[in-house]
Write a protein that binds this ligand. Structure first.
Ligand SMILES: *Cc1c(COP(=O)(O)O)cnc(C)c1O
Length: 361
């Protein structure tokens, strides 16, 4: 089975660990003697609740989530959080700060404007989002209800190398594309959210980790299913949760344990990223898009000096079994997304392919 698989550099939905897919396949029609697929189970049944609880407690253990915080599984992906965050959190003072360092943080900021007074704390838009502003450049609004940023800019290939210091203001972070790639101190955050299709599971849901103190201040018109309070009170089961996605996340977390958890993953992902960035730095043809000190370990963006050569590279790479290397349409060039589940061999093979391409062109 494995030798039919290509190296998939998709930005999302993205590669999942092969062993996880194989286990899911083996359990597909009869989950551990239940006589049913996980897809077919009642979300209130004991067999499913065991999966749910174990996934939640594994995530809590792996991310060292303190008891002050609750884990939610929400529908609608990260994008729904662009609305859910302000609907639930901005009410206290009506004001919030947004760091704009890429496409998704800009979308989040624009959505939040519907609900209150939004201050753009910083933006890297002056240099096409190729860098991350420094702590000293953040403009903080006194009395803001929260500060929102996106820790990894999936499209531009930049990553925050520090957690912003924002005093007493709750820190809200979109971690969709680098969650579980390294240890983080969850206690610093009021709310973390992540669409699951990058480092966690198949698409269609988000994980939200919320400080319980922030729950219960939602706008009166908040749809019931978008109220963090309703979600916390119902343990993410106010309605039918994304059951199968949560099961898949559970399998991915077991796989992550076998890699040494987030500590192990941090070493592996840093080594993988280094292979590609070294290849870029040695090359006279390929140019890295992000400034060196802001380079993402998850999404490596690069190009040549010539758009036609970019197209040729993507075409030949696809033929050679390296899929989804075309950059996002708003930036062009190439992007190799090397999330947790991308094997090191895939990254090594791509670096080798790049060297050969350069020699032949
Ligand atoms: C992919 C992504 C999103 C959008 O996720 P959806 O699940 O499609 O809503 C938002 N933010 C970041 C950082 C992402 O990488």
């Amino acid at each position: 089975m494995s030798n039919e698989r290509i190296f998939n550099f998709s930005a999302g939905p993205s590669v999942l660990p092969l062993t996880v897919l194989e286990q899911a396949a083996a359990e597909m029609t009869n989950y551990r003697g239940s006589g049913m697929s996980v897809m077919e189970m009642s979300h209130r049944s004991k067999v499913y609740l065991d999966i749910f609880e174990e996934t939640k407690s594994d995530l809590k253990r792996i991310m060292k989530i303190p008891d002050t915080h609750e884990i939610l599984f929400t529908p609608g992906g990260a994008t729904l959080q662009f609305s859910q965050v302000p609907l639930n959190l901005i009410g206290k003072t009506g004001k919030a700060d947004y760091a704009v360092t890429g496409n998704f943080s800009e979308l989040a900021m624009k959505e939040a404007k519907k609900y209150g007074e939004i201050n753009i704390s910083c933006t890297s838009g002056d240099k096409n989002h190729t860098y991350i502003p420094a702590q000293n450049d953040l403009k903080l609004t006194p009395g803001a209800s929260y500060f929102h940023y996106c820790s990894n800019n999936t499209i531009y290939g930049t990553e925050w190398k520090y957690v912003p210091e924002v005093g007493e203001v709750p820190l809200v972070c979109d971690m969709s594309s680098n969650i579980l790639s390294m240890p983080i101190d969850v206690s610093k955050f009021g709310l973390i959210y992540a669409g699951v299709q990058k480092n966690m599971a198949p698409a269609g849901a988000a994980v939200v980790i919320i400080d319980k103190n922030l729950v219960g201040n939602e706008h009166p018109l908040t749809p019931k299913l978008m109220s963090y309070k309703v979600m916390v009170d119902g343990d993410s089961m106010h309605n039918t949760p994304p059951c199968y996605t949560i099961y898949m996340l559970g399998l991915v977390l077991k796989w992550l344990d076998a890699q040494g958890g987030t500590e192990g993953m941090e070493k592996i992902k840093a080594a993988k990223a280094k292979i590609l960035y070294d290849a870029l730095d040695e090359s006279k043809m390929f140019i890295g898009c992000a400034e060196k000190d802001a380079r993402s370990d998850m999404n490596v963006t690069f190009k040549t000096a010539d758009e036609e050569l970019d197209n040729k590279f993507v075409k030949e790479a696809t033929k050679a079994g390296f899929e989804n290397l075309k950059g996002h349409r708003i930036v062009g060039g190439m992007r190799a997304s090397i999330y947790n589940a991308m094997p090191t061999e895939g990254v090594q093979a791509l670096a080798e392919f790049m060297r050969n391409f350069e020699r032949n062109n």
